[in-house]
Design a binder for this molecule. Structure first.
Ligand code: CP
Length: 302
């Protein structure tokens, strides 16, 4: 079993991952030897703080070993991704890959002899959303029937939220004036629409009225953030998105919890004063990446 996105995974399986993450968080000692003797290859084409730390620490705390591999220092840069993945998978028990293109992840999955976890590509970020659902369940004690509003760019996190929420009975409204072209997945949207649990609107004020959680994310994908070729697009996005910033004015008289998958761009998608606002659960959400990683690893190679 791989974790490329949530397409091949049922709502029940997602719920089990969430419950497993909470169980592990509450009783870490019980799992200290659970992956004894197992190795995880972590390979990154892009930068990361949380995904790398969470999976590396998860392996250590589960009694296993994680090997961080910077793509740029390997022969993945010279050779066929298929051959290199064939090799890598013969020396580790699991691979977690953060790649620029989902098509590269698919090649790795095809070649790999062991499970492959998507550590975020341009289309999906499933391990992030397991952490998000853990955070939501910790706060409310349930998933079904809750209302989440995502305000930002329709990106990889948005896709995985659409899948994760609609499969677990959460009502999700997305307020996304801009869609990342490379994140588009018609099949995912069609499936989500059929559930009746996913709505889109551009009226952010109306959308958040009865929200339990308001979630935002960067307006610019990490690989473009400092890219001078993306400068004009960045300026254009800021102009369009500034009316969709999560700030005190927007959440006045609104009791929803505030979420952000991080890294945060203060003053852009979220104002400074919201980050540690009493309604913000952003830092706990990021901490829960560790329990998401542990739950996924135990499910795939435990
Ligand atoms: N949210 C997230 O994936 O963080 P990193 O990019 O730092 O791994």
């Amino acid at each position: 079993m791989d974790l490329a996105n949530f397409k091949e995974i049922s709502g029940q399986q997602i719920k089990e991952l969430v419950d497993s993450g909470i169980k592990i968080k509450n009783n870490p000692k019980k799992y200290m030897e659970a992956l004894s003797g197992k190795s995880l290859g972590l390979i990154f084409q892009k930068t990361s703080t949380r995904t790398r730390v969470a999976f590396e620490v998860a392996m250590t705390q589960l009694g296993g070993h994680a090997l961080f591999i910077d793509w740029r220092t390997t022969n993945f840069t010279l050779a066929d991704i298929y051959d290199e993945s064939q090799y890598l998978s013969r020396n580790v028990n699991c691979i977690m890959a953060r790649v620029l293109k989902n098509s590269d992840l698919q090649k790795m999955i095809l070649a790999s002899q062991v499970p492959v976890i998507n550590g975020c590509d341009e289309k999906y970020h499933p391990s992030q959303v397991i952490a998000d659902l853990i955070t939501i369940k910790e706060k409310k004690g349930k998933l079904e029937g809750l209302k989440v509003v995502f305000v930002g760019i329709h990106n990889n996190v948005c896709n995985s939220l659409i899948e994760g929420c609609t499969k677990t009975g959460i009502e999700l409204t997305t307020v996304t004036p801009i869609i990342n072209k490379n994140a588009q997945d018609q099949e995912l949207m069609k499936t989500a629409k059929k559930t009746g649990l996913w709505k889109t609107t551009l009226n952010v004020h109306e959308a958040i009225v009865d929200a339990d959680f308001i979630y935002t994310d960067t307006w610019i994908d990490m690989e473009f953030f400092t890219d001078s070729k993306f400068h004009r697009e960045k300026e254009n996005r800021i102009k369009i998105m500034k009316d969709y910033q999560i700030n005190t004015e927007l959440i006045r008289e609104n009791g929803a919890f505030i979420m952000h998958d991080m890294p945060i761009h203060r003053g852009y998608e979220i104002s400074e004063d919201i980050i540690e606002h009493p309604q913000s659960i952003i830092y706990v959400q990021s901490e829960n990446r560790l329990y998401s990683a542990k739950a996924i690893l135990l499910k795939l190679i435990g």
